[in-house]
Design a protein around this ligand. Structure first.
Ligand code: ZN
Length: 326
C-alpha cells in the first residue's frame, strides 16, 4: 500500500504515528508552516490515523476508512475553507455539526484551513467548542503562523511546526523522483526557498521558462546600460506582478552566478549553466564591488516590496540603480 510521504518531514510523521498508536492523540492540533511545506498532507495523515479501523498500526492504509481517505471520499473528514476567512456563521454550524455522532465509525475530524483568517468573534465561538469537546471529534487547525490566533486557543492546541527543508533535499528529490536533469533541478530548488510545494509549482508552470528568458535578457540590457530599453521592462514586471518574488530570486541567482564565476573561474557551482557564455561575459565586464552592490539592490527591493512600497516605482528604481552599477 502506498504510504504518505512528505519530503523532509519523516521525523514529524514518525512522532505522530507513535502518538496515534499509543492512543495519545490530542483533541485539537495546530499545524503551522508556510504554504507548500505539506501542511494539508500532515493534516490528512493525522486524520487518517485518527479514523483508521485497524487494530494494529495506524494508519494502516488498507482498512475501509484509510481507503476512503485515499480516494478523498470519507464522510467523516470535514475540510473547512473560506477564501475570505472563516466567520462566526461557519463556526456556529460547526458547533451544531460536531455534536452529532459520526455516521461511520467512531470518530470524525474537522480541518480548518487558513486558521489565521478566522475572525475574532469566530475564534471566541471556536474556543467554546474547544473548552468542551465531544469525545468523538478532533479538530485540526492549519495556519501560516499560529501566533495570529487567540492565546486561549493556542493553549488548548497541540502545535506541530512544519519547517522548510534544504534546497539540496529538494534538488535530489527532483532528480530522483521527477527525473529532472541536474542543472534544472538545481535552478528550481534554488528558487524554492526550501518549500517543496513551490518547487513543484515551478515545475508545472509552463510560463516559468519564458519569465526566466526575459529576466536573462534584462540582465543583458542592464549590461549594455540602455536605460530607455531597461525602463520598457516595467510593463513586464507589472504584468507578472504575482510572480515578483520568483523574478527577483531569478535575478539574484543570476548575479550570484556571475559573482561566483568571477571569483573562482569555475563552472562547477554555476546554477544557470545553460547560459554559461553570458555569465562569463558579464563576469568579465562587471567589477566585484558592483556585483555585490547589484545583489544588495535586489535584496533591498525585495524588502521594500514586503513593506508595501509602491510597486512600479520600486522596480524602476531597482533597474536604474542596477544599470548604474555596470
Ligand atoms: Zn486504516
Amino acid at each position: 500500500m502506498e504510504k504518505t510521504e512528505i519530503l523532509g518531514q519523516e521525523k514529524l510523521l514518525n512522532n505522530l504515528k507513535q502518538a496515534l498508536n499509543q492512543k495519545q492523540i490530542s483533541h485539537t492540533y495546530l499545524i503551522e508552516g508556510q504554504r507548500g511545506v505539506g501542511r494539508s498532507k500532515v493534516a490528512n495523515f493525522l486524520a487518517m490515523g485518527i479514523l483508521c479501523r485497524s487494530k494494529d498500526i495506524k494508519p494502516c492504509y488498507e482498512c475501509i476508512s484509510c481507503m476512503k481517505i485515499k480516494s478523498h471520499n470519507h464522510p467523516e473528514i470535514n475540510w473547512i475553507y473560506e477564501e475570505k476567512g472563516i466567520g462566526i456563521e461557519i463556526i456556529r454550524n460547526l458547533k451544531n455539526d460536531i455534536q452529532l455522532k459520526p455516521y461511520e465509525g467512531e470518530k470524525k475530524v474537522y480541518i480548518l484551513c487558513d486558521a489565521e483568517k478566522i475572525t475574532i468573534p469566530a475564534q471566541n465561538a471556536l474556543l467554546k467548542i474547544l473548552e468542551e469537546p465531544p469525545l468523538h471529534a478532533n479538530i485540526i487547525l492549519i495556519a501560516t503562523k499560529g501566533n495570529s490566533l487567540l492565546p486561549t486557543i493556542l493553549s488548548r492546541s497541540q502545535r506541530l511546526k512544519i519547517h522548510s527543508i534544504s534546497p539540496k533535499e529538494i534538488e535530489e528529490y527532483l532528480i530522483e523522483k521527477k527525473g529532472l536533469e541536474k542543472h534544472r533541478a538545481k535552478l528550481i530548488s534554488s528558487l524554492s526557498n526550501g518549500i517543496i510545494g513551490k518547487a513543484l509549482q515551478l515545475l508545472e508552470d509552463e510560463n516559468f521558462q519564458e519569465r526566466r528568458k526575459k529576466i536573462i535578457s534584462i540582465t543583458k540590457e542592464i549590461l549594455n546600460n540602455k536605460k530607455h530599453q531597461i525602463l520598457e521592462n516595467i510593463n513586464f514586471f507589472v504584468d507578472e506582478k504575482e510572480h515578483i518574488d520568483e523574478m527577483l530570486d531569478l535575478l539574484m541567482v543570476w548575479y550570484r552566478d556571475v559573482l561566483i564565476y568571477k571569483d573562482i573561474n569555475n563552472k562547477e557551482f554555476i546554477i544557470n549553466i545553460d547560459a554559461l557564455e553570458e555569465i562569463i561575459e558579464q563576469s568579465e565586464k562587471i567589477t566585484f564591488n558592483n556585483l555585490k552592490e547589484i545583489i544588495y539592490i535586489i535584496e533591498k527591493t525585495k524588502q521594500n516590496l514586503k513593506n508595501n512600497v509602491n510597486f512600479q516605482m520600486n522596480i524602476e528604481v531597482m533597474l536604474i540603480d542596477m544599470a548604474n552599477r555596470v
